[in-house]
Write a protein that binds this ligand. Structure first.
Ligand SMILES: [Zn+2]
Length: 177
C-alpha cells in the first residue's frame, strides 16, 4: 500500500482506520469497470470489489437477471469471490468498494463477513442500508460495525445507473413510462 495520500476516514467514528485515497480511487475505478460489464450484459450496472492489504482479492458485478438469482448483487458476488480467495468466510480487515450504496441484503452480508470498511459511490435514498433509506450497518441489530465512506466517484457511479434506466425507458416506449 502506498504511503501517498493517506489520511483517516472522516466522521465515521473509526478514526483508527488508515485510508489511502489513491488506492481508494483505484479500487472504485475497478468497481466501475465491473458495473460497465454488468450494463453491457443487460444488468443493472452495479459493480464491486473487495480489497485487503493493498490488493484486490474479489470482484463482482450485478447479474441477478441472467443468473435467475435475486441474491446475485455485485457486493454478494465480490464478497464470495474474496472469501474463496482467502479460504475464509470472515474478511477481517478487508474493504468493500461498490458503485451504489448497498441494500439490506448486502449490508447483512457485509456484517456477516466482518468487513472493516465500506466505500460506496452513489447514494440510494430509496433502498440504501448504509444511511440512505436506513442505516443497518450502524444499528444495534447487527453485531459488527464497519467504517463507511460515502460518495467516492458518485457522479460517475450515478450516471451509469441514470443512463441505463433512461435507455430502458426509451426502449420500452411511451406506453411503459
Ligand atoms: Zn444488494
Amino acid at each position: 500500500m502506498s504511503l501517498r495520500g493517506r489520511g483517516v476516514a472522516p466522521g465515521d467514528g473509526h478514526a483508527g482506520i488508515e485510508v489511502d485515497h489513491d488506492f481508494d480511487r483505484q479500487c472504485m475505478a475497478a468497481a466501475l469497470t465491473m458495473a460497465r460489464q454488468a450494463r453491457d450484459a443487460g444488468e443493472v450496472p452495479v459493480g464491486a470489489v473487495v480489497a485487503l492489504r493493498g490488493a484486490i482479492i474479489g470482484r463482482g458485478r450485478n447479474q441477478s437477471i441472467r443468473a435467475c438469482d435475486p441474491g446475485a448483487h455485485a457486493e454478494m458476488l465480490a464478497i464470495r469471490d474474496a472469501a474463496r480467495a482467502l479460504g475464509n468466510h470472515r474478511l477481517a480487515g478487508a474493504c468493500l468498494y461498490v458503485t451504489l450504496e448497498p441494500c439490506v441484503m448486502c449490508a447483512g452480508a457485509i456484517a456477516h463477513a466482518r468487513l472493516a470498511r465500506l466505500v460506496f459511490g452513489a447514494r440510494d435514498e430509496r433502498f440504501g442500508a448504509a444511511g440512505g433509506a436506513l442505516n443497518l450497518l450502524e444499528s444495534p441489530f447487527v453485531n459488527h460495525h464497519c467504517a463507511i465512506t460515502a460518495g467516492l466517484e458518485a457522479p460517475d457511479c450515478a450516471a451509469l445507473l441514470q443512463d441505463f434506466f433512461a435507455a430502458r425507458r426509451a426502449d420500452a416506449g411511451p406506453a411503459a413510462s
